[in-house]
Design a binder for this molecule. Sequence first.
Ligand SMILES: CC(C)(COP(=O)(O)OP(=O)(O)OC[C@H]1O[C@@H](n2cnc3c(N)ncnc32)[C@H](O)[C@@H]1OP(=O)(O)O)[C@@H](O)C(=O)NCCC(=O)NCCS
Length: 180
Amino acid sequence: MEPMNKDFVIKGQQIYLRPITEADTEMVVRWRNLPVVVKNFIYRKPVSCTDHENWLKNKVFKGLVHQFIVCRNEDDMPLGSIYLQNFEEENKKAEWGIYLGEEQAYGKGIGTEAAKLVLDYAFTTLGMHKVVSRVLERNKASIRMNEKAGYVQEAYLKEELFLDGQYEDLILFGAINPKG
Ligand SMILES: CC(C)(COP(=O)(O)OP(=O)(O)OC[C@H]1O[C@@H](n2cnc3c(N)ncnc32)[C@H](O)[C@@H]1OP(=O)(O)O)[C@@H](O)C(=O)NCCC(=O)NCCS
């Protein structure tokens, strides 16, 4: 996949998505290390600014990850980040992920709207056939968001992961491009 054009913007009703930049690093690292985010992620280790800069250099700026900042339309406030990764060009498949880092963003449909925008981007702009996600069974907000955005549960993996001293069930979601 080619890296995203820096000026590319995806416009929604409450929010818009713009490509992540190096200038977002401190903010994104803060979000990514919040307990509310970490507890819902499979990768649990603290992320440093250097880790994130390497991620940008090796993944995002090479086009291996398409990562956006979710911004509020009314005042441009950055609220979180959403991304497509693990592109499989042969299968036209990608995986998506999201985290909101600002408290005022939660529970207003922002996650669902961002999810829909990125799914449409994956299908329409990137020509993906399938987009998937992995969600811990106890992450009810994410499960609901996936369902509302058009994802369907494809698998339920019992005690799939050993995280922080306990086994966790994992749900695999998928969405298929209706246009091929
Ligand atoms: C997951 C996340 C992006 C959802 O964003 P959000 O903007 O708060 O979600 P929405 O407002 O779009 O709500 C989605 C649905 O989940 C529901 N929901 C929210 N919290 C819930 C909870 N604790 N239990 C059950 N349902 C819940 C909402 O009510 C809504 O459903 P409804 O419209 O039928 O009422 C956000 O919670 C987040 O960033 N969490 C931390 C990181 C994370 O979990 N990322 C995903 C990893 S797979």
